[in-house]
Design a protein around this ligand. Structure first.
Ligand code: SF4
Length: 92
């Protein structure tokens, strides 16, 4: 199991307008679309052929979660819509 550095500040929780992005990591087919559309927030995991949100942390279910500011949703929304297996979900 890899460890992920979670020192990145989420920039405020839901109370300050944050939104949670969840990626059902196991379902990712590693197509790279999210990384291409939103490279500031998505990266490929080396040796895994799957993507993950940069600075995101894995929850108990093995999914990645990342909290972003409302103003940062932008290309993440594009990634959510373009993901061919619809494993990216942005909290409404
Ligand atoms: S767009 Fe979806 S399937 Fe493709 S790499 Fe990103 S999360 Fe994985």
């Amino acid at each position: 199991m890899e460890t992920i550095n979670n020192n990145v500040s989420a920039g405020g929780g839901p109370a300050s307008g944050g939104k949670k992005i969840t990626q059902k990591h196991a379902g990712c087919i590693g197509c790279g679309t999210c990384v291409a559309l939103c490279p500031k927030f998505w990266e490929m995991v080396e040796g895994e052929m799957k993507a993950r949100p940069i600075g995101g942390k894995k929850n108990e279910a093995g999914d990645y979660e990342l909290e972003v500011k409302e103003s940062e949703i932008g290309c993440n929304k594009d990634a959510e819509e373009a993901c061919p297996v619809q494993v990216i979900h942005i909290e409404k």
